[in-house]
Design a protein around this ligand. Sequence first.
Ligand code: SF4
Length: 374
Amino acid sequence: MTSGPPRLSVPRPYGLYLHVPFCVRKCGYCAFFSEPYQEATAAAWLQRMEQDLRTLPVGFQPDTVFWGGGTPTVLETELLQRLLEALHAHVDLSRVTEWTVEANPGTLTEEKAGLLRQGGVNRLSIGAQSFCSATLHRLGRIHTNVQIREAVEWARSAGIHNISLDLIYGVPGVPLEEVQADVAAAQSLEPSHLSCYALEVEEGTPFAEAHRMGGLELVEDDQRRQYEWIRHTLGEAGWTHYEISNFARSGRECRHNLLYWMGGAYIGLGPSAHSHWNGARWGLTATLPVWSRAFEETLPPEAKACETLVMGLRRLQGWGREEFRSASGFDYDALRGPEIDALVHDGLLLRGPDRIRLAPNALFVSNAAFSELV
Ligand code: SF4
């Protein structure tokens, strides 16, 4: 990565993403870039990450930090410690309000939780996915439901109180009752954030192969029913449904992900990571032990604004006219007025005097609405 322009030209807030490209083994549904953890490869990756951290723009002071993957918590304590030290050595972290690390319950330990907290991490995003042993096994997860509970406990005792849990619904053959039990189990752990994702079949995954062979068929009606139940139940329980798949306790919305949804700036380091910085965006190759730029582009302002429009509509509050103008430089009606009207007519968008947002019945089929706008 080359040095970018000084931070003053980039509006706040902005973020830093680090991709940790290792897992114990691949889950059947996962298309994120990761390889089986090997100490030697991880050490080489870390060395390169240390170099890349030195190339951040002059004056770079992120508001949010996010370690994703892959499985950041698969790193041995010594490597975790080195990564934390590298961050503190090369990045001015004085403005960071949210520092998230993704954790797999099968790889978190009490010691790692303590280390992360001491290093400044204040939010853990734990991939629970299910509390049912058979479903965890089918998904290819490496952990048990007991380990999910332990992970939450260790995070709390280390002093990390902002905890998010991921759940997957819509697994073929899994009845609504099981999803209900998962949501109840997740709520009983009192996280501050819940992400509920419909299972998808992603190209290049074992599930895609099973799908091709006729062994895995997603049932859209079941997925929709489960999604509507989750939405309704969490809403009744006082959760803020703030993005299509995300629910938060008051003030606990994920600030880093909000950057992505609102067209904000961020720099991503590590293989397969993406960046959006000062109007340009680029992606890095999904390769180890070295990686390079896969592409770089600067979208024309109108195309960029359309993208921001669509991403921001993932938020349940949608876009206020002024908010969108200041995020994109465009009025949404000048940009896509007829398309917006058509979606309002079809019942997929709601329009207030100075706000547009997805209609409740469009949340499950948001891509259909979004394709009209880009
Ligand atoms: S642990 Fe997470 S990143 Fe790794 S394969 Fe499973 S879902 Fe993907």
